[in-house]
Design a protein around this ligand. Sequence first.
Ligand SMILES: [Zn+2]
Length: 169
Amino acid sequence: MPDIGFDSPQSLGLHHNEGGEPVEHVLVLNADLGPLHRVSLRHAIRMLCRQVAVVHEAEPDIRLGIWPLPRVVRLVQYVVTRWRYTGGPSWSRPGVMARDGRRCGYCGGVATTVDHILPRARGGKNTWLNTVAACGGCNQRKGDRTPAEARMPLRTTPHAPTWAALATR
Ligand SMILES: [Zn+2]
């Protein structure tokens, strides 16, 4: 990707490249002001709409709806960048719920809990591959057993989500 100077006319985002997609030129800063990456203007606006980012620097004379045209946006919440480059986000309960779409891994009902496939009491860890969203009933029924022992086969195979997959939820 060619480097686009922030002072060049191209950095206004009012042109498109040959593919018709906006050139990625809005710089995204972490909450601590560390630069992360560049995104398209459209993507930056989406971040503003979702209130995950705020305008940090803008074209003073150009407005885009309620926002000044952003040249630099800043994340509202700090992102540990290590996650982005070493195989995706760290495990978290909300992350498991988002990954599984809040569906129980055993019955497909609405999940309210996170189940450890190999129970914690037996050494099961908090990892993406060892946890699955579950409804309260299935979680209780399974208890301290594995799915095989409980004869409760998983509907899907747990996987480690990408950072982007979680971010869009
Ligand atoms: Zn269930």
